[in-house]
Write a protein that binds this ligand. Structure first.
Ligand SMILES: Cc1cc2nc3c(=O)[nH]c(=O)nc-3n(C[C@H](O)[C@H](O)[C@H](O)COP(=O)(O)OP(=O)(O)OC[C@H]3O[C@@H](n4cnc5c(N)ncnc54)[C@H](O)[C@@H]3O)c2cc1C
Length: 378
């Protein structure tokens, strides 16, 4: 069967790309090893934070704003509430690069941001206990995305626009000869004019079939829900948060519909092979201890573990994304290496991937995410 475009990996980025491509009239096939949204990759766990004033660097702000606009659009088209405007509180030392980037990007892009000292933070959110070496930057217009529901919404709309989605279809053989892409899957062969590779933690092995060797490092991550006093931590009164502390970078979510306070650690984690079964939450002794020590210092009233899960990050050396076309094949678009902060952008990245396939260029500035920054390693 021949398609205009085949997408390998229909997760966060791939499913969004499937929507934009099928909406623009492209005959689109999406293949995924599992049945997205699922619990085996990088997109499960109910919620993802979206921030606009961006600690990782100002170059992300236009992408974050575009993504937010597209999330509102997806809500409208799907009739589902996918975004909760809880606001996001970023805590750290005033001199830290992360905090300074947030403050400067809010100024450059005129984004609403309240800079609060520790006394103001503790007063406004009594569930937080902040000592005076920290400040808080509260962004009221950002918040929380319901991640699996976002993927489901894109899936439904892509199918309505005629996309074919083949779940439980792991691609093991992939080749490109000039303008012809060939994928062999079990007894079937699919061909297409163009290809999107958006296979998350598995992208490295797929791209090596196309002679592209990117520095991608899949890492095991843990996160957990803790019993929460609903008066203090419910999502109408308590924001999503990120804390930069000397012990690590932590992030979390208010209790949504009584689910509990969800907390994870952004830095650290163990390098893994995504082809092998990952250790579950609690199988390493530090899994719970690490999150509990954060809570005991900053949110001491939430200390009772409900349950935890594991998930994967795909790290690049500089923790910036890879969004580009294959250096040898202009008809192959690649999105990978989202380094634990990609979900919020997936609506915009889906649109970018579709632009790269249709016209070979994007309206967004994707230069910071180019492959050639790893030239000597590729
Ligand atoms: C615990 C945790 C918390 C996070 N928190 C945030 C946050 O608050 N905010 C934020 O913006 N980001 C966050 N992220 C990061 C974000 O979720 C990821 O960057 C994003 O989901 C990556 O999307 P992806 O499309 O690359 O991968 P995925 O969504 O995993 O999609 C890849 C897909 O490819 C499929 N696939 C792989 N190999 C093959 C193959 N051979 N054949 C067919 N299909 C294949 C997989 O089955 C999968 O469905 C978090 C990540 C984790 C793990």
């Amino acid at each position: 069967m021949h398609y205009d475009v085949i997408i390998v990996g229909a997760g966060s980025m791939g499913m969004a790309a499937g929507y934009f491509l099928s909406r623009s009239g492209k005959k689109t096939l999406l293949l995924d090893s599992f049945n997205p949204p699922h619990h085996k990759g990088s997109h499960h766990g109910d919620t993802r934070i979206i921030r606009h004033a961006y600690g990782e660097g100002e170059e992300y702000v236009p992408l974050a704003l575009k993504a937010q606009e597209l999330w509102y659009d997806l809500e409208e088209k799907s009739g589902k509430q996918l975004f909760l405007k809880t606001g996001v509180l970023n805590v750290g030392n005033e001199t830290s690069e992360f905090i300074q980037n947030i403050i400067s990007s809010s100024k450059t892009y005129s984004l609403p941001l309240e800079v609060l000292d520790s006394t103001e933070v503790n007063k406004r959110w009594p569930g937080i206990d902040l000592s005076n070496e920290y400040i808080g930057c509260f962004e009221p217009t950002s918040g929380v995305l319901k991640c699996e529901e976002c993927i489901e919404a894109y899936r439904e709309l892509a199918e309505q626009h005629g996309a074919t989605i083949l779940p439980n279809s792991k691609v093991k053989e992939l080749s490109v000869h000039g303008k012809r892409v060939t994928i062999k899957f079990e007894e079937q062969t699919f061909t297409s004019d163009s290809l999107v590779v958006s296979a998350g933690a598995w992208s490295g092995s797929l791209l090596s079939m196309l002679d592209l060797h990117l520095p991608l490092n899949p890492v095991r991550k843990t996160f957990a829900w803790f019993e929460a006093n609903e008066q203090l931590y419910n999502h109408k009164d308590f924001p999503a948060f990120s804390f930069e502390t000397p012990n690590g970078l932590y992030y979390g979510f208010p209790s949504i519909e009584g689910a509990g306070l969800k907390v994870g650690r952004h830095d650290g984690g163990e390098t893994i092979n995504p082809e092998e079964e990952m250790l579950g939450f609690g199988e390493l002794k530090k899994d719970k201890a690490d999150l509990s020590q954060f809570l005991s210092q900053f949110m001491p009233s939430a200390d009772q573990l409900k349950y935890g899960k594991t998930c994967m990050y795909t790290l690049t050396p500089d923790e910036d994304f890879i969004i580009d076309v294959h250096p040898a094949y202009p008809n192959v678009a690649i999105a990978s290496g989202f380094s634990g902060h990609g979900f919020k952008f997936s609506s915009a990245i889906g649109q970018i991937l579709s632009e790269l396939i249709i016209s070979g260029r994007s309206e967004q500035n994707i230069t910071p995410f180019s492959i050639n920054r790893f030239k000597e390693k590729v």
